[in-house]
Design a protein around this ligand. Structure first.
Ligand code: ADP
Ligand code: GLC
Length: 483
């Protein structure tokens, strides 16, 4: 089975969030099961230089005025072929993959990701560039949304899977872009790529892909409702037979407390005392008081409405009165950043806030804190709660999407015993008072050393690898080829 995996970000080359982690790990897991996989990514600034000996395969005339070079290399740390689209006018620029360093989205994003989508489809047409052609093209999020359309337009035999990582980001643009991107006018209609008068890349993916998947079973159900569907619930209900929810896994080599190079000490479930050394070092690094028994709460996140971290700010005073500490790493909405910075000023030595993006520090917070907080309003999958499980840092999560599917909640029984299935705490409802009560429950368990160790061990034993999930993708691909 030959698979082309198309993505706009990939760890370790370019990352803004969980999509990069998934793109870096899932193809490797699939390759292990015998899938012949290649990955396609735009050659953003500096990417070619980070890769091993990129070879120019040739060039493709993607649009009448755009001829781009395609380079082949391997995904660093693997033997998986990585194809890079080299078109400097669109990709070689200072800034993020989606955003200008100062002024929001790149204005030519429709063209930048239209090109990615088009090249993906061209690679699935015989004799374009290489003898290798995919049976399946696996697209991810709106940036690859036009691929299923182009596949059809070009008469490709390949089947497409479109994975929804976050329905809130839709790639909706002025309808005039359809001409520039050579979409047929006759398909600009509700039963096509039109979405409330716009061209929606997300809609194109949802409408034209052979199969749809999303990153957890619960989110697959949620997005069929008005609350979580962001206007696509009707279409998703219509395509219910083609929609599967497959829970993400994590890269258990990159995220392994026993070998993690960013940590001052390594540990596993049998050497949990070394986790205290990591906590102590983290407290020192962040300027927190060196209190070994103060429960240390961690947050690593985009600071946006989705993540519900304003709810944590609301209860912060009451929570901190209990004597716990808080370590936050994140960036996002300026108002929320300010609220967290203000909290740090108000509670020196008890609250540490780092605004920015910092991969090594994210590992140290994951390992050095005791409790990891994720009160997301919606969460398609979420990876940090799974990193928390693996690091024995107990997740306290909202009851939504992949959080609900990956954390086995529970509470102490009346006789004080801890359920042997429990790996974290799940909020009964997502509001400030429930968050406060649930965090206090976690802190109560933390105060009992024996119970806490038991909970940590149960969390660390939970399987969060890609192994099972990769098999589900394999079944999905196989079903498409059998049709
Ligand atoms: P999302 O993709 O919605 O942001 P996920 O939980 O799926 O949420 O993935 C987020 C990823 O980005 C995780 O690997 C997390 O550790 C990382 N991350 C988020 N914010 C930061 C940050 N400020 N610094 C370093 N890593 C971060
Ligand atoms: C998106 C979602 C997140 C998910 C990630 C990877 O960024 O917001 O919940 O874990 O994609 O699938």
């Amino acid at each position: 089975m030959r698979l082309l995996f198309v993505t706009s970000e990939i760890f370790p080359l370019i990352k803004t969030g969980g999509l990069a982690d998934v793109s870096g790990a899932l193809p490797t897991a699939l390759a292990t099961t015998g899938v012949d996989v290649q990955i396609l990514l735009p050659a953003y600034r500096g990417i070619l230089a980070q890769c091993d000996a990129p070879q120019r395969l040739g060039s493709l005339q993607a649009f009448h005025d755009i001829r781009c070079d395609i380079y082949q290399t391997t995904l660093p740390g693997t033997r998986i072929p990585l194809l890079l689209i080299d078109y400097p006018a669109l990709y070689d620029r200072y800034g993020g993959p989606y955003h200008h360093p100062q002024y929001g989205d790149w204005q030519d994003n429709p063209l930048r990701f239209g090109l990615l989508s088009k090249v993906a489809a061209m690679l699935a047409v015989p004799n374009m560039l290489q003898s290798w052609q995919p049976d399946i093209v696996h697209c991810n999020d709106w940036q690859t949304g036009l691929t299923p359309y182009y596949l059809q337009q070009m008469g490709s035999m390949a089947k497409s899977v479109f994975s929804i990582h976050n329905l809130a980001f839709q790639g909706n643009f002025h309808a005039d872009w359809r001409h520039r991107l050579t979409l047929d006018d006759q398909d600009f209609q509700p039963a096509g790529y039109e979405f409330y008068g716009h061209l929606s890349f997300m809609k194109v993916g949802l409408y034209y892909a052979t199969a749809l998947s999303t990153v957890s079973p619960t989110y697959a159900k949620e997005i069929q409702t008005e609350q979580f569907g962001f206007g696509f619930q009707g279409l998703l209900q219509h395509r219910i037979d083609d929609l599967t929810g497959i829970l993400n896994g994590i890269d258990t080599q990159v995220w392994d407390p026993a070998t993690d190079p960013y940590l001052p000490a390594n540990y596993d479930a049998s050497t949990l005392q070394a986790k205290s050394a990591v906590k102590q070092a983290l407290q020192a690094e962040l300027g927190l008081q060196p209190l070994p028994n103060a429960p240390l709460l961690g947050v690593v996140s985009r600071l946006t409405h989705q993540k519900g971290l304003d709810i944590l700010v609301e209860i912060a005073h009451e929570l901190l009165a209990s004597g716990c500490q808080l370590a936050v790493l994140g960036s996002g909405e300026p108002a929320l950043e300010q609220q967290y910075l203000a909290l740090m000023q108000q509670y020196p030595g008890q609250v540490a806030v780092t605004i920015g993006y910092n991969e090594p520090l994210s590992h140290r917070i994951m390992a050095g804190t005791d409790i990891f907080v994720m009160p997301s309003r919606f969460e398609p999958c979420g990876l940090n709660q799974m990193y928390g499980l693996r690091y024995g840092t107990i997740p306290v999560v909202a009851n939504t999407g992949g959080l609900a599917d990956s954390v086995q909640g529970g509470a102490l029984a009346a006789d004080g015993t801890l359920p042997d299935t429990m790996t974290g705490l799940v909020l009964a409802e997502n509001n400030p008072s429930t968050l406060l009560v649930t965090l206090k429950q976690a802190i109560q368990i933390y105060a009992n050393n024996g119970q806490w160790k038991q909970l940590q061990k149960q969390a660390m034993q939970q399987d969060v690898s890609w192994e099972t999930s990769a098999k589900h993708y394999l079944d999905l691909y196989q079903d498409l080829l059998d049709i």
